[in-house]
Design a binder for this molecule. Structure first.
Ligand code: OAD
Length: 250
C-alpha cells in the first residue's frame, strides 16, 4: 500500500517538475538528534513556550530564555543532515524541487545542499541587539554571562522568531509567492498548528497545488488539505520517493 502511494507521489512531483516546493518542520530534523516541540518528550513538554519563548517573557527575563536556548545549542551544533534533508537536496539537484520553506532554525537544509531555503522562523547562526539592532554571529559573542550583551549594552536575542514576534517580512512574502506558484508541495515533519506557516499548504491548495504530507502522525492538514498522506519518518520516506523519481526520469 505504501509502495503504491510512493509511486503516485513520485509521479506527481515529476509531473510538477520545477514547480515543487517543500514546507518543513522540526520532524525532518528529529533523525538528526534535534528534539521536536510537541511530540512526546518534546521541548514544549519541558518548557512552557509562553514562559520561555514569548518575546514578552524574553524581554522580562532574558537570562531564563537564554538558559533554555543554551540547552538546545549542543544538539543543534552536533546535528548533521539526515537522509530526509539529503533527499530534498537531491530533488533540487535533479531540477525538480526549487525552494524549501522551513520553520527550522538549524541550517541543515543548506548544509545538505539546498540553495533556496526560506527561514520562516529565523536561524540559530546570528543574534540581534534588542536596543540598536546590530547583528552578530552567534559564535562571535560571549555567553559566559547571561544574557549576552551588545557593545551598546543592549540585550542580545537569537535571530529566531519568538512567539508574539512577526515573521520577517521578506520570508513571509517569498513564502506566499512560492506557495502560490507551486504545483506540488511536500509538507514534511510539521504538526501544522503554528500560523502563519501552517497556512502555506492551505494557500497552495487554493491555487491548485497538490499537497503531499510526510509524517508518522496525522495532522490537522491530513483530512482537510492533503491529497496524499505518506505515513512514516522523513529519513525513511524521502529516500524512497527519490529512488522512485529516479526510476521515472532515467
Ligand atoms: P512540532 O514539534 O509541532 O511537530 C513535529 C512534527 O514532526 C509532528 O507532526 C511529528 O509527528 C512529526 N515527526 C516527528 N518525527 C518525525 C520524523 N522522523 N519524520 C517526519 N516527521 C516527524 O514541530 P513544528 O511543526 O516544526 O516555532 O513546530 C512549528 C513551530 O512551533 C516551530 O517552528 C516553533 C514551535 O513553537 C517557534 O518557536 C516560533
Amino acid at each position: 500500500m505504501i509502495d503504491n502511494t510512493i509511486k503516485d507521489v513520485a509521479r506527481e512531483i515529476v509531473s510538477a517538475t520545477t514547480k515543487v516546493v517543500a514546507l518543513t518542520g522540526a520532524g525532518i530534523s528529529a533523525e538528526s538528534g534535534i528534539p521536536t516541540f510537541r511530540d512526546k518528550g518534546g521541548l514544549w513538554e519541558k518548557y512552557d513556550p509562553m514562559e520561555f519563548a514569548h518575546i514578552s517573557s524574553f524581554k522580562a527575563h532574558p537570562e531564563k530564555s537564554w538558559k533554555m536556548l543554551l540547552e538546545l545549542i549542543e544538539p543543534l551544533n552536533k546535528a548533521k543532515p539526515n537522509p530526509g534533508h539529503l533527499g530534498l537536496a537531491e530533488l533540487e539537484k535533479m531540477g525538480i524541487l526549487t525552494t524549501i520553506i522551513t520553520q527550522n532554525i538549524d541550517g541543515l537544509h543548506q548544509e545538505a545542499g539546498n540553495t533556496d531555503v526560506i527561514e520562516f522562523h529565523g536561524n540559530n547562526r546570528y543574534v540581534v541587539c534588542l536596543s540598536c539592532g546590530k547583528r552578530y554571529k552567534f559564535n562571535e559573542i560571549s555567553i559566559e554571562t547571561l544574557p549576552p550583551k551588545c557593545e551598546c549594552s543592549g540585550i542580545l536575542k537569537p535571530d529566531a522568531v519568538f512567539f508574539g514576534e512577526p515573521i520577517p517580512s521578506h520570508a513571509l512574502n517569498r513564502a506566499y509567492e512560492v506557495s502560490g506558484n507551486c504545483k506540488a508541495m511536500l509538507v514534511v515533519g510539521t504538526s501544522a498548528v503554528v500560523y502563519p506557516a501552517a497556512s502555506m499548504p492551505e494557500f497552495a491548495k487554493t491555487k491548485g497545488a497538490i499537497i503531499i504530507e510526510i509524517n508518522p502522525e496525522k495532522t490537522p492538514l491530513t483530512l482537510k488539505i492533503s491529497d496524499y498522506f505518506v505515513k512514516g519518518s522523513a529519513g525513511e520516506i524521502i529516500p524512497l520517493i527519490v529512488k522512485e523519481v529516479k526510476n521515472l526520469i532515467n
